[in-house]
Ligand binder design. Structure first.
Ligand code: NI
Length: 169
């Protein structure tokens, strides 16, 4: 496994629409393993292939149990409710915006061997599904918020919404 360089906002690779994966081979598996290691090292909860310079429909998400979910050619098939909260991106380090997303999301995707499955999750993981799948169409969360918060605004937001930042045991 290897750690790959995460590209930052301004790189045109983040604005392109990714192509579907058609071959579920060793090359894909190496990419997925590298992405997991890169995400672990960066301390994030999600990473999309274009963030490591690969224009394919691949992303990984860490759920609330710290399980890494691999999504190949993912599509959102159902959403429910709404949540509004802080959102960040490894390609925009240290910055946050307030973004509204569905509360619950159902995704259909393929696994690393090409087998189709569906997965449903809520809260932060649902937010992450939306954020990562957006990356595959060249979209960043900044399109969903009016501005990036200053450090003071982030501190104030955390103070005003302590329930969103409770540590789970
Ligand atoms: Ni991102």
């Amino acid at each position: 496994m290897a750690i790959r360089r995460i590209v930052e906002r301004g790189d045109p690779v983040l604005e392109k629409r990714c192509r579907p994966v058609t071959e579920f081979n060793a090359r894909l598996h190496i990419l997925l393993d590298d992405m997991a290691e890169t995400l672990e090292e960066a301390g994030g909860v999600g990473l999309a292939a274009p963030q490591v310079g690969i224009l394919r429909r691949i992303c990984i998400v860490k759920d609330s149990e710290d399980e890494t979910i691999e999504l190949i050619n993912p599509e959102i098939v159902e959403t429910e409710g709404e949540q509004t909260g802080l959102e960040g991106c490894l390609s925009i380090p240290g910055r946050y915006g307030i973004v509204t997303r569905p509360y619950k999301v159902r995704v259909r995707a393929q696994d690393r061997d090409g087998v189709t499955f569906e997965i449903e999750d809520e809260d932060l993981t649902a937010r992450c599904f939306c954020h990562e799948i957006d990356h595959l169409d060249g979209h960043l969360y900044t399109e969903h918020c009016d501005h990036l918060l200053s450090d003071e605004e982030v501190d104030q937001y955390i103070k005003d919404h302590p329930e969103q930042f409770e540590e789970e045991e």
